[in-house]
Design a protein around this ligand. Structure first.
Ligand code: FES
Length: 76
């Protein structure tokens, strides 16, 4: 697995805003869902929001044990 291809993406998350994190890996707007899972019969996005504005590294390898956040698994 390529370390750069699946590196996490740093995102500025806003409190109270609803996000859809892509779980299937088919989205072209990683790390967020663009609806591509529907045509691929793949897993739906995980909806989440944060309580405070923060910068976070969101997982793109989809193997994290702490979705939607990177836990370093892509390096393994
Ligand atoms: S495109 Fe991957 S979850 Fe929607």
């Amino acid at each position: 697995m390529s370390d750069t291809k699946f590196a996490p993406i740093a995102c500025d998350l806003e409190a109270g805003k609803k996000y859809s994190w892509c779980t299937c890996g088919h989205s072209e707007t990683q790390p967020f869902c663009n609806g591509a899972h529907r045509g691929k019969n793949a897993t739906p996005p995980m909806r989440f929001e944060v309580e405070q504005d923060k910068k976070a590294h969101l997982c793109t390898c989809k193997l994290t044990s702490n979705p939607p956040y990177c836990d370093g698994t892509h390096k393994n």
